[in-house]
Design a protein around this ligand. Structure first.
Ligand code: ZN
Length: 160
């Protein structure tokens, strides 16, 4: 019952941890609470904090996904993963770009979708980044949200 879901900076579920460890991660600012219990509080010597139920690491931890099944993301999930940041200019991103354009066979997969601002998305159009002379600021990482824990995280964030 005291299990807390630990998710990566990209919101991918990493593991379940006990609440004591979750509280330490939040108090030391290594993680932030994404969802907390509506009424339950934790009282320690120096502070009172809501009982966390989902916590998110502030920095991305690399995970090997090769053994897990891939599932297609929704566009809101891609924006969350990318922190609503344009993958080409670093500005605010409110659209989704297919890195390999759809008309050229690009799929709706985690590693082919990246958040983009409208100007960058329009500029790139139906070209690859190389053809458009544009560089990705980071490599989009595939996430594998295919279990019930991950669905619970998406629901808590309103993007299920
Ligand atoms: Zn941009």
């Amino acid at each position: 019952m005291n299990d807390v879901l630990l998710v990566n900076a990209s919101y991918q579920v990493l593991s379940r941890i006990d609440w004591q460890r979750a509280v330490v991660l939040v108090v030391t600012d290594e993680a932030e609470a994404v969802e907390s219990h509506p009424t339950q509080l934790i009282h320690s010597q120096h502070l009172v904090i809501p009982f966390p139920t989902i916590i998110r690491l502030r920095t991305y931890r690399h995970v090997d996904h090769r053994t897990t099944r891939e599932r297609r993301p929704t566009f809101p999930q891609v924006k969350l993963r990318d922190g609503r940041t344009c993958g080409y200019c670093g500005g605010f991103g409110d659209t989704i770009d297919h890195i390999m354009p759809q008309c050229r066979g690009g799929q709706n997969t985690w590693d082919n979708l990246i958040t983009a601002c409208r100007p960058c998305n329009n500029r790139k159009a139906d070209r690859t980044p190389v053809e458009a002379g544009m560089r990705l600021l980071w490599i989009p990482r595939p996430l594998v949200p295919d279990d019930s824990d991950q669905q619970r995280v998406w629901r808590a964030l309103g993007v299920a």
